[in-house]
Design a protein around this ligand. Structure first.
Ligand SMILES: Nc1ncnc2c1ncn2[C@@H]1O[C@H](COP(=O)(O)OP(=O)(O)O)[C@@H](O)[C@H]1O
Ligand SMILES: [Mg+2]
Length: 325
């Protein structure tokens, strides 16, 4: 399959204006995706998942952040030096986006149908009649009831789940080949979460759409991803197909994330939590960023940073002492 996205050694710095200190939010992220591939990017809050997405889309808050090195290619094209117009075109037509809070991503003063129609007007070259027909068909495709009525309904008149469906309709309106979904279901309740994920993945299958699904919840990755990439403090620490990640986790961080899943423990509540917290981007790290929280830490881990190495077939981990199981 042709390569759709190739992120190489991406580093993003963060400046703290009061002190002038420089920190690192991404410390050298590598991420490759093939056309039509569904990749889940997983890690605790603060690991740099959103910053990775925003870097790809060139939407980083600058300042305080800056891409300091690395390369991002989309369909073989370097995204490093595009004009503003080229970016508007890429973000509107080629890469769709769905974010955590549909309510804040949708325009509150414009009817839902009109927002989708506007996207089509800006990017598709369809006639007014065709735009109306396509808007109605998109609303139906994402499972929203009574599409004609939605042409005049506002976001506040819809539930969170329905707004997220509308966001998905908008994101896929112009037939992108790549969708970035950053915690698309985190704000929704559990049953609606599953419905939205199922919808998302049905859409990606029907449209041969690649998706980068960003989540802090490993559980929702099951059945919804071809490959899992685990991020810890701005570095990929483990990568593999879901079966491998779930059955043979190699990195102690991934083992901790799995042990903390409510389903493997008691009454829907985790029995285990990884001790400690994700270090701050300003921390001066010599060794492995996970060392302070790691049950298998050795002296070596504090002295030098482990490389990402293949530990099982098609399965990589950034650890001096992978489980090896
Ligand atoms: N606008 C911002 N200004 C300063 N720091 C930020 C900003 N956005 C994110 N950060 C910091 O960057 C790091 C990565 O954040 P983020 O990518 O949002 O994490 P995630 O999406 O994995 O929860 C965190 O330490 C966070 O505090
Ligand atoms: Mg985030």
């Amino acid at each position: 399959m042709p390569e759709l996205l190739c992120v190489r050694n991406l580093k993003v710095s963060l400046r703290d204006p009061p002190t002038g200190r420089e920190g690192w939010v991404l410390r050298g992220v590598d991420l490759r995706m093939e056309a039509g591939e569904r990749v889940a990017l997983v890690g605790e809050s603060g690991c740099g998942k959103s910053v990775t997405a925003l870097s790809i889309l060139r939407l980083l808050p600058r300042p305080p952040m800056e891409i300091s090195s690395g390369q991002i290619e989309f369909k073989g094209r370097d995204l490093g030096n595009l004009t503003r117009e080229q970016w508007l075109e890429i973000r509107g037509r080629e890469i769709g986006m769905v974010f955590q809070e549909p309510i804040s991503s949708l325009n509150p003063v414009m009817p839902i149908g009109e927002q989708i129609a506007e996207t089509l007007r800006n990017h598709s070259g369809l006639s007014t009649g065709e735009i109306r027909a396509r808007t109605l068909s998109l609303l139906a495709q994402v499972g929203l009831p009574d599409p004609p009525r939605l042409l005049s309904q506002y976001p506040h008149q819809l539930s969170g789940g329905m707004c997220q469906r509308a966001m998905i309709a908008m994101a896929v309106a112009c037939g992108p080949s790549f969708l970035i979904a950053d915690e698309p279901t985190t704000a929704l309740d559990v049953t609606v979460q599953t419905q939205i994920l199922d919808l998302l993945f049905r859409m990606t299958e029907e449209q041969r759409l690649a998706v980068l699904l960003i989540t802090h919840n490993l559980m929702i990755v099951r059945g919804h991803a071809d490959r899992v990439v685990i991020l810890y403090l701005g570095l990929v620490v483990e990568e593999g197909v879901p079966g491998e990640i779930f059955r043979h986790p190699q990195h102690p961080y991934t083992e901790g994330l799995l042990a903390a899943l409510p389903e493997v423990s008691h009454k829907g509540r985790p029995l285990y939590n990884i001790p400690g917290v994700v270090p701050s981007p300003f921390e001066d790290l010599k060794g492995c960023a996970f060392a302070d929280r790691c049950p298998r830490v050795e002296r070596k881990c504090r002295e030098s940073a482990p490389p990402l190495l293949e530990t099982r077939k098609g399965h990589q981990a950034r650890c001096f002492y992978p489980s090896g199981k």
